[in-house]
Write a protein that binds this ligand. Structure first.
Ligand code: SF4
Length: 338
């Protein structure tokens, strides 16, 4: 089965889940999408496993606390699928489609409602980049950019390479973990040619637990690493999933062995529909602290938090070294915009 066929054949409703897993699931405010091959893996790990809890709907998603847009995407959205939060880089969201729907996703509300910030007008997006030459890096996100066809991706890279100020390209993706068959020869060729179109081109793989990395995933990552593609990882610290030092240590050790540089460990955002995955900064620091004596500096990701409201990412380890323009404090003692 091709990756496109796997994609079309995915589980998409509570009825699909019931017949596949043989148990009932609650209706939530959020859609369902799990490719069957990955669903089989979840089933093998069983209820309450880190895979089950990340991808199967839970009644806690219907709680009404949390933010619709926890990191202020909409504050910095420029229309035309661009978010410009930092001076030198912009997020580009060419799709709202993902290889799986993660129940903890910080963008789950915008994605579920197909927010207008995803509306397409590539010519306008390009105009914005040309008239803002301080932007030298494009970060493909979404949705998940690797769900686009090779032809579409190659065309977009060609377009961006024609903008003189764009030097760096980065893809953020969960696809190598969920749908490893997507890492086909055509995609390897695209990433290889991107090395010549841009000064740097990178793939940042979203992975949260060692259980996600089976033989097929390892083979896909090795194919990418073998082609000399720069690989990084990002992980979300999630209550009940990976909130133990040993679990994180095992994950980062495996990633390093696969030649993926662990880059970000995100403190969970306070997202409407995903508050049951959150933990306090104090808990997070307690979990992360032992890693410094167990892993080398280069083998350990930066533990970061997105300041609620859209101020951007900062270290979650030493908040007192940063200053903000906001004056209110949230329950962690973090400044937030009124
Ligand atoms: S793949 Fe990424 S964008 Fe899509 S639901 Fe998961 S975390 Fe969210």
């Amino acid at each position: 089965m091709s990756w496109q066929e796997e994609f079309v054949d995915a589980l998409k409703s509570t009825e699909d889940l019931k017949s596949f897993f043989g148990s009932d699931f609650p209706n939530t405010n959020y859609p369902i999408f799990i490719p069957k091959k990955f669903a089989k893996k979840i089933k093998d790990f069983g209820p309450d496993s880190p895979l089950w809890l990340q991808f199967l709907p839970h009644e806690n998603e219907n709680q009404v606390n949390g933010r619709f847009d926890p990191i202020g995407d909409k504050t910095h959205a420029k229309g035309h699928q661009l978010i410009h939060r930092y001076d030198n880089r912009a997020l580009f969201m060419p799709t709202t489609v993902c290889p799986v729907l993660c129940r903890y996703c910080f963008r789950k509300n915008e994605l579920a409602q197909k927010d207008e910030m995803f509306s397409q007008n590539f010519r306008e997006a390009k105009n914005y980049l040309v008239t803002n030459p301080d932007i030298n890096e494009i970060i493909f996100t979404g949705g998940d950019p690797l769900i686009l066809s090779n032809e579409k991706l190659a065309g977009l890279l060609q377009d961006f390479s024609e903008i003189e100020s764009i030097k760096y390209i980065r893809f953020h993706s969960r696809t190598p973990i969920i749908l490893p068959s997507r890492i086909d020869e055509g995609f390897i060729e695209i990433m290889t040619s991107a090395k010549h179109l841009f000064k740097r081109s990178m793939l940042m793989i979203h992975v949260n637990h060692l259980a996600e990395i089976d033989d097929e995933v390892q083979a896909a990552i090795k194919k990418l690493a073998g082609a000399g593609i720069e690989l990084y990882s990002q992980t979300v610290l999630l209550k009940g999933i990976n909130d133990q030092s040993e679990i994180l240590e095992a994950l980062f050790t495996k990633l390093n062995d696969l030649k993926v540089i662990p880059y970000y460990l995100h403190h969970p955002d306070e997202t409407l529909g995903a508050m049951h995955f959150t933990l306090s900064l104090e808990e997070g620091r307690r979990i992360v602290h032992p890693l410094s004596s167990r892993l080398s500096g280069w083998a350990t990701p930066k533990y970061v938090i997105d300041v609620p409201g859209g101020e951007g990412k900062i270290s979650a380890i030493n908040p007192e070294t940063f200053s903000f323009s906001g004056s209110l404090l949230n329950r962690h003692g973090w400044p937030i915009k009124p």
